[in-house]
Design a protein around this ligand. Sequence first.
Ligand code: HEC
Length: 260
Amino acid sequence: MLEQMLIPKESIAVQKIVLKTLSTIQGEEFPLFVIGKWNSFLPNLRDEGIRLLLSNEKGTIELIKALEAGTVDPSAIPWPRQVGMMAQADDNLRLRSREIFSNKVNDVKKKKVLEQYSDISSLKGDVDKGLEVFKINCATCHQIGGEYGTAYGPDLASIRSRKPESIVKDILDPGLSIADGYDLWEVKLINGETKQGIISSETSNSINLRVLGSSDEVLSRSDIEGLTAKNISVMPAGLESQISINDMADLLAFIKKLKK
Ligand code: HEC
């Protein structure tokens, strides 16, 4: 009966409630239902569907499978959710998400992409538009001069004096070099749990783990069984699909010209 209420005729608010109620069904049934109905969902309902799918592991797995199979187009996933998927803790799911959203960037393609942005310094960017580009694409993880976003990665005020080409490289190919102190770590706890994050500070008996999208966690050293550096950047690759050449020029203008 509930399923029959998922029709455009019903108000979007009702449909969302129906979807949310259905999502309490355990197992694969709900994810498969959403994906089966995907083509009939309007954008608003899709957003809710994606939110519900990503709220647990089974849903995330089925969504990733559907993206890989082409049943769901990657462009249907809003950018902040793409970022979340590309930074999720599970290694396998994170890699598959990166593969899906990064347009399968290989080395040849990377070089071509960078070439497209090679005369970036000859373009005159617009600082205000650049702030918008920053808010949409970067503010989840970066601040500039302590403002405009969340301090997860390095504060970008520190790169202001670098050459535009070198900044563009860091933006489009984050795995190339990982800024000091911003490695991703996997922490194995004695109770069997694992956590991933950036180690933002340490004391003699605890470490402070910075986790994307939530507050810092203080872990007591006596609870830690082991620590492994993952040697990957938390910053997602493939940003060129989000940032046109003009957007990039605006973004650079914003990063470079901003006054303290
Ligand atoms: C999911 C989080 C995330 C997002 C989104 C993100 N970054 Fe990053 N970024 C990081 C982290 C973490 C680092 C540090 C690790 C590294 O150097 O790869 C970093 C590093 C960098 C660096 C190198 C800094 C240095 O000191 O060498 C630059 C430049 C940068 N980001 C720019 C950007 C810009 C511009 C955007 C938006 C277009 C962006 N980032 C989006 C997380 C993110």
